[in-house]
Design a protein around this ligand. Sequence first.
Ligand code: PEP
Length: 260
Amino acid sequence: MTERIPLIAGNWKMNLDHLQSIALIQKLAWTLNEKGHDFKDVEVSVFPPFTALRSAQTLIDAEKFELNIGAQDISQHSVGAFTGEISGSMLAKLAVKYVLVGHSERRQYHNETDELVQQKVAACFSANLTPIICVGETQSELESHGPSAVPVRQILAALQGHESLKEFVVAYEPVWAIGTGEVATPEQAEQVAQEIRKAIQEVHGEVAEQVRILYGGSVKSVNVAGFMQGPNIDGVLVGGASLDSDEFAGIARYKKHIVL
Ligand code: PEP
């Protein structure tokens, strides 16, 4: 029996220095604990800035918190003269479990292409990190191609050409919904998640059933329930609302196990 354990991921973006980050992790862990959160039912992961990863890891180890940490990006290179870059092995040493790859803000402001995203997925696989591959259409792509064409193209491009596929997660994040307060309807999100899973299945076979697909884009504790009901949605990627421990813990309370 295989299960897709829901994942609630908090992308802190370029917010919080390392002291603020550890304060938020502590508060979040306490809040989840108080609410009796069972981490085996719903995994919770936070993605602080690079500068806070070391402090976050130290705190989580010392306090035996069951939270995971993730990184917001990774270099496609493994080592060498790449000023400003952070490699997969550096992240793995800090007990990082997940890496956001191809977030729309990286695609938009750092010109990350499908090809570069594919290379970053490879960098994750070779460092035994789990990429959360972010895909999603802009408003104009939505108008010209409908909701699923771009996310399907992006995920297939990210997965092509690897020697073997290790564990990966997909985050479907319509770009027009990120940080805007606008959300896809749960039905729209489920439909795109279903098409993403179908496309992965057609090209890569049964691995598709085990892949967790998250929805992201202005998720809050008041709207998360609808998304979590979709049979193809296995959690959420949260930006703004993950900076508030009560709000994020409120999002994490949804329990939905997919037993295959
Ligand atoms: C994100 O950055 O991945 C995101 C979904 O942001 P927000 O929740 O703020 O829309």
